[in-house]
Design a protein around this ligand. Structure first.
Ligand code: 1CP
Length: 366
C-alpha cells in the first residue's frame, strides 16, 4: 500500500477507552459513539453542508475533517468516525452516483444484467481514486489532537452490490436479490471484485491514520440465513482475514467491527469471523446477544435510535437496562443504527452522559 505523503507523526492518544473495549480490556467507563454522529441533526452540520454537493463535500479533506470534528465539540464521544460515504467505492469503479435532495443516493445508470459488469473498472487504483478519503483521515487524525481514536469504514460487498443494482435505497432489494437467484455466478464475481477493492481501501485507511475499521453490511436484513451464508458472510470473513494478515506483516493490529443490520440470524457466525467487535441493531436483546456470542467478541450497540425521542429521564432508564444487559466489559455503547435528522442534539448529549455516568457507577460497585 502506497501511503499518501502527509506527515504521520500523530499526536498521542489521550482517551483509549474505545480501543480497549474493542479488545475486551478493562476501561474506566463504557465508551460510546453514535452511528451518523456527524449528520443533519446538528445545526452546524446543516450549515456547513448547505448548498454544497454531497460528494463534492466527501472529496474535500478539509470539509470532511470539519464535519467529523463537529459532534466532538458538543459531546464527550469516545470515538470519531470519518465523514465520508460507503458509495465512494462504486464511484471509484466508474459508476455515477449523485445525492438527490429528499431522495438519497441515486445511480442514474445502475447495473441491470451481468453484461454490465464489463463496464466496471475491475482493477481500481484505490490509492489514486480514493486518495481524497485517505487525505481526510490523515488531516482529521492530526486535528483530533489525540482526543479520541478515529474510525474508518466501508460498505460490505453485498450492501454495495445492492446499491449498484437497485440504483438507490430500496425496501425490498428485489432487483439486487433477483441477481442472487438468477445470476449467482455473476453475483459472486461482483462480490469478489468489491472485496478486493475493500481490502485495499481499508488498508489505505489504516496507512492514512484510521485506528479502527467498521464494515457496514446495512442490507443484511433482506437476506435470509441461507443467502447470508452464501453471499455475505464469506466476503465479510475474507475482508477481515486479508486486512489482518496484511497488517500483521507490518506489525500493526487495528480492531475491526462488523455491523450487519437486521442480521440477527447470523450472530453466532459473525462472532467467529475474525472481527473483534460485532455491532448490533436494536432488535436483539443484550443478554441473548452475549449468550449467543459466548464471550468471543466485544459487542457494540444497540439502543433504538427512536428512544432518543423520549424524555431524558426515560433515556437514562433505557441506557441503564442496556448497560446491565451487556455488562461493562467488552462493550461499546451506540445506537442500533444511525441518528435521524430530526433528533434533538440535547437528547444525544443525555444518551452519552447516561452511558458514562451509569457505567462508572456500575464499575465502582465492582
Ligand atoms: O446531505 C447529507 O448530509 C446526507 C446525509 C448523509 C450523511 C451525513 C449521507 C447520505 N451520508 C452521510 C455520511 C455517512 N454515511 C457516514 C458518516 C459518518 C457518521 O456516521 O457520522 C457514514 C458512516 C455513512 C455510511 C453509509 N452511507 C451507510 C452505512 C450506514 C447505514 O446507515 O446503514 C449507508 C447505507 C449509506 C448510504 C447513504 N448515504 C446517505 C444516505 C441518506 C444513505 C442511505 C440511503 C438509503 O439507503 O436509503
Amino acid at each position: 500500500v502506497v501511503q499518501n505523503n502527509l506527515p504521520k507523526d500523530f499526536p498521542k492518544l489521550k482517551n483509549d477507552a474505545f480501543l480497549l473495549a474493542c479488545r475486551g480490556q478493562e476501561t474506566p467507563h463504557v465508551p460510546v459513539w453514535c452511528m451518523r454522529q456527524a449528520g443533519r441533526y446538528l445545526p452546524e452540520f446543516r450549515e456547513s453542508r448547505a448548498g454544497k454537493d454531497f460528494f463534492a463535500t466527501c472529496r474535500s479533506p478539509a470539509a470532511c475533517c470539519e464535519l467529523t470534528l463537529q459532534p466532538l465539540r458538543r459531546f464527550p464521544f469516545d470515538a470519531a468516525i470519518i465523514f465520508s460515504d460507503i458509495l465512494v467505492i462504486p464511484q471509484a469503479m466508474g459508476m455515477d452516483v449523485q445525492m438527490v435532495a429528499g431522495k438519497g443516493p441515486t445511480f442514474p445508470e445502475p447495473l441491470k444484467e451481468p453484461e454490465d459488469l464489463l463496464l466496471l473498472q475491475s482493477k481500481v487504483d484505490v490509492n489514486k481514486e480514493l486518495d481524497y478519503v485517505f487525505k481526510a483521515i490523515t488531516l482529521t487524525r492530526h486535528k483530533l489532537e489525540g482526543k479520541v481514536p478515529l474510525i474508518g469504514f466501508t460498505g460490505a460487498p453485498w450492501t454495495l452490490m445492492a446499491y449498484m443494482i437497485e440504483g438507490g435505497g430500496s425496501t425490498t432489494q428485489s432487483k439486487a436479490k433477483r441477481w442472487l437467484y438468477r445470476h449467482p455466478e455473476a453475483s459472486h464475481q461482483l462480490l469478489k471484485m468489491l472485496t478486493d477493492i475493500i481490502v485495499e481501501y481499508l488498508l489505505g485507511q489504516v496507512a492514512a491514520g484510521a485506528q479502527a475499521l467498521q464494515v457496514f453490511e446495512s442490507h443484511a436484513g433482506c437476506l435470509g440465513p441461507a443467502e447470508f451464508q452464501e453471499f455475505s458472510l464469506p466476503y465479510l470473513r475474507d475482508i477481515a482475514r486479508k486486512v489482518k494478515d496484511q497488517l500483521k506483516e507490518s506489525g500493526q493490529d487495528v480492531p475491526m467491527i462488523v455491523f450487519a443490520k437486521d442480521g440477527h440470524y447470523g450472530l453466532e457466525d459473525l462472532s467467529q469471523s475474525h472481527y473483534e467487535v460485532v455491532g448490533l441493531d436494536w432488535t436483539i436483546d443484550p443478554r441473548s446477544a452475549r449468550e449467543r456470542t459466548g464471550g468471543k467478541v466485544s459487542l457494540q450497540g444497540n439502543m433504538d435510535p427512536c428512544a432518543l425521542y423520549a424524555p431524558k429521564e426515560r433515556i437514562y432508564e433505557i441506557v441503564k437496562k442496556m448497560l446491565e444487559g451487556f455488562g461493562t466489559r467488552g462493550y461499546i455503547a451506540n445506537l442500533g443504527h444511525g441518528l435521524y435528522p430530526d433528533m434533538d442534539p440535547e437528547n444525544v448529549g443525555a444518551f452519552v452522559e447516561a452511558v458514562h455516568a451509569h457505567s462508572r457507577h456500575l464499575l465502582n460497585l465492582k
